[in-house]
Design a protein around this ligand. Structure first.
Ligand code: SF4
Ligand code: SF4
Length: 155
């Protein structure tokens, strides 16, 4: 008898629609990624950036500590001696495809140069593009500054 009642009055369909309508007006918990970014927690560790001074010069002094501490050996630094005896950074490369985002490089840096950012958009179709250099890492700093300013925060 119940089956006949359900068939004639579409009770199961109405029950299903009831569930749909209940959730229709609730606050959304999903995001339309990649059209919309998902929020990240304050201690999130994303793509690194390297800070620069007011003149745009990198704060990195080429001490190699980040390279030594990196457990996945994804940082590769080459330095040289300048004419005044100063250390020049000839190459600073970080392979994001090997990075495990542990944050050790940030912790080891003695001059507060390298930091874990909040950007997590690493997807690319070429392996070479995962290797970022000093120019990209300092550009990342500018991006992170803009993101922080938009949120009223300071890096
Ligand atoms: S986050 Fe960890 S794995 Fe990635 S570069 Fe820094 S030390 Fe290496
Ligand atoms: S630890 Fe800091 S200062 Fe030293 S090489 Fe790495 S980023 Fe540069």
């Amino acid at each position: 008898m119940k089956n006949v009642f359900d068939t004639f009055f579409f009770t199961e369909i109405l029950q299903g629609l009831g569930v749909t309508m209940k959730h229709f007006f609730k606050k959304k918990v999903t995001y339309k990624y990649p059209y919309e970014d998902t929020p990240v927690f304050p201690r999130f560790r994303g793509i690194q950036y390297i800070k620069t001074d007011e003149e745009g010069v990198t704060k990195c002094v080429g001490c190699y500590l980040c390279q030594v501490v990196c457990p996945s050996e994804c940082i590769h630094i080459v330095t040289d001696c300048g004419h005044k005896g100063q250390r020049l950074i000839r190459k600073y490369e970080l392979d994001l495809s090997r990075c495990i985002y542990c944050g050790y490089c940030e912790e080891a840096c003695p001059v507060d140069a390298i930091h874990m950012g909040r950007d997590y958009h690493t997807v690319d179709n070429t392996r070479d593009n995962y290797v970022v250099n000093m120019k990209t890492l300092t550009q990342n700093y500018k991006k992170e500054q803009k993101m922080a300013e938009a949120k009223g925060e300071q890096l």
